[in-house]
Design a protein around this ligand. Structure first.
Ligand SMILES: [Fe+2]
Length: 266
């Protein structure tokens, strides 16, 4: 197995690994170290069924159930479909995943199953750097603040069952300390955070949008152009992601997503 830095501000490519085979403990350790060091790993050339994908990702953590009951794979419910069909909207805003949970996922994994001829890239942003990019005033202001997080009210792919099970109300610090690296990162979900301490509800979105504008620059982003066979894992504790929806929507884009159990942010 080779781990090579990407030609980008962060991220690394993993080659020579077949997740259909059991992963040796020292290989698992290298992979986990690399995820901490590089934030995003692009594992190339995988040919996996859902079970093999799921058990392969247990190298990094414990898969957890996702909301959107209707998008879970029936034979492997920890794997969920991300698709430009069935009223699913592209997650074009910068965000981290599932902040409606008290313990949001430590990592999100995406596996390319069907890709448009061009486009449909996923971008990632380093939120350690994102925090550093904020003005001193913004950093000082958000230091003590928490967001309150709910599933978006207007998302047509969330069922009543999803809302009962995962509705939200979770409160998270806007600056979190990564439990493994000890470094601080900017942390929020721009559409799930409907509340920020001390702000009127209508002031929340402009406030968060302004923080994103300050935090995200070309120097701390990585744009991933998908290839079939790519499995991409992202450390949600120090990164945000977004999709570029500017591709031919007549073509299907299907990713299989797994999220891995995380800690309560502190
Ligand atoms: Fe996401």
């Amino acid at each position: 197995m080779q781990i090579t830095e990407l030609d980008a501000p962060f991220g690394a490519e993993v080659t020579g690994l077949d997740l259909n085979e059991p992963v040796e403990p020292d290989t698992a350790e290298r992979l986990n170290r690399a995820l901490l060091d590089h934030i995003v790993l692009v594992i190339r050339d995988q040919d996996l069924d859902a079970q093999a994908y799921c058990s392969g990702m247990s190298v990094f953590g414990v898969p957890m159930l996702q909301h959107r009951l209707a998008f879970r794979l029936p034979d492997c419910p920890e794997v969920s479909r991300i698709i430009n069909r069935e009223k699913m909207r592209p997650a074009r805003n910068w965000h981290t995943d599932h902040t409606n949970h008290e313990e949001p996922p430590k990592a999100t994994v995406l596996y390319a199953r069907k890709l448009p001829t061009t486009g449909g890239d996923t971008s990632f942003a380093d939120m350690y750097a994102g925090l550093e990019n904020l003005s001193a005033e913004s950093r000082e202001r958000i230091g003590p603040l928490f967001t309150t997080n709910f599933m978006e009210a207007d998302n047509p792919t969330y069922s009543a069952g999803d809302r009962d099970a995962f509705g939200g109300g979770a409160r998270h610090p806007m600056v979190r300390t990564h439990p493994e690296t000890g470094k601080k990162a900017l942390y929020f979900h721009v559409t799930k955070a409907t509340g920020v301490d001390g702000l009127e509800p209508e002031a929340v979105r402009p406030f968060l949008d302004d923080l994103l504008k300050q935090a995200i620059r070309p120097e701390n982003t990585l744009r991933h152009r998908w290839r079939m066979g790519d499995v991409v894992i992202c450390d949600n504790r120090c990164a945000m992601h977004s999709v570029d929806p500017n591709f031919d929507q007549r073509e299907e884009r299907l990713l299989w997503r797994i999220i891995l159990k995380g800690d309560r942010p502190v």
